[in-house]
Design a protein around this ligand. Structure first.
Ligand code: NAD
Length: 292
């Protein structure tokens, strides 16, 4: 059994900690808002996790340091940028595992800083959302050395359904951003399709049923179609996360000098969605952006 520091007890992090505790690991957990130890994360403390006052305290003696925070700046902050960050106390030979979705270059930069202290790094972003995190059936894309990834798989297998080692550090994030591009452009397609049905006076439910069995059928149509038909915009996947990821991809595409016209359009629609204040609602709200 290992000692694991876990940083970021949000919607994705909490169920993961639960699975690690169940597997018998010792957990040292840090939350930016310590009040969560008396609230959403109290059950984790009751189950034996140790509450820590800083990322540095959580990392003390840890074999693995798992981050599940938000963007690239947040990962850098908790791992090495601040005086109470992980790098101040982590032991050489420890391995950082990042489940946040961030960009590949920031990942490589952060890993290089951690390597100066002999700390390994595996980027391990996930797909499947809160539902899969709760069910322990996440899809994971890993980037790192063969040796580090093999060790990390033994830890993260507790909450994943599939684990694919894509390549070196940063390549897990490349795969995750590919996942986001294909997924959210598909959601935009579903929204445009149902908007088209509505303005032509067709029954949305019947259109959805017909096309989901045809060549337009897809996981995203199955997931988002019924929500859009029912105008149920309660978050399954919070749109703010997709917006963050699309803005990351836009920057990567710009740096790489590649043309991604659908990505540009959807990024602009997600920007309007955020401006409308729907960031905590579901990404099916892309339909509402078209209507507005
Ligand atoms: P969340 O907002 O519920 O939780 C994020 C947590 O990180 C919060 O507890 C917040 O306090 C903490 N945090 C953020 N910045 C921090 C900082 N600088 N220092 C310390 N703590 C910080 O978000 P979530 O849904 O758990 O998502 C976490 C990550 O996982 C994101 O990168 C997201 O894109 C990715 N992700 C989310 C989903 C999903 O469906 N929710 C799916 C796949 C991947």
């Amino acid at each position: 059994m290992s000692t694991i520091a876990f940083i970021g007890l949000g919607n994705m992090g909490r169920p993961m900690v639960g699975y690690l505790l169940k597997a018998g690991h010792q957990l040292r957990i840090y939350a930016r808002r310590p009040e969560v130890f008396q609230g959403e994360a109290k059950h984790l403390i009751d189950a034996g996790a140790i509450a820590c006052a800083s990322p540095a305290e959580a990392a003390q003696g840890a074999d693995y340091i798992i981050t599940n925070v938000m963007g690239p700046q947040d990962v850098a902050q908790v791992l090495h940028l601040t005086p109470d960050s992980v790098i101040q106390s982590a032991k050489p030979g420890a391995i950082c595992i990042d489940h946040s979705t961030i960009d590949p270059q920031s990942t490589k930069d952060i890993a290089a800083v951690m390597a100066t202290k002999g700390i390994g790094y595996v980027d391990a972003p996930v797909s499947g959302g809160v539902k899969a995190a709760t069910e322990g059936s996440l899809v994971m894309m890993l980037g790192g050395t063969d040796t580090d990834v093999a060790k990390v798989k033994e830890i993260v297998k507790n909450y994943t359904k599939t684990m694919t080692h894509i390549g070196g550090v940063g390549h897990g994030q490349v795969a995750k951003l590919c996942n986001q591009i294909a997924q959210v452009i598909n959601i935009q397609g579903v929204a445009e399709s149902l908007r088209f049905a509505a303005v032509n006076g067709a029954d949305l439910q019947k259109v959805f049923e017909a096309i989901s069995g045809g060549m337009a059928g897809s996981r995203m149509l199955d997931l988002m179609g019924p929500k859009m038909v029912a105008r149920d915009f309660k978050a399954g996947i919070e749109a703010r996360l997709h917006a963050k990821d699309f803005f990351l991809v836009k920057d990567v595409a710009k740096d790489a000098g590649i043309d991604m016209p659908a990505l540009q359009t959807v990024a602009s629609q997600l920007g309007k969605l955020m401006d409308a204040g729907w960031g905590h609602d579901d990404t099916s709200s892309l339909l509402r952006v078209l209507e507005a």
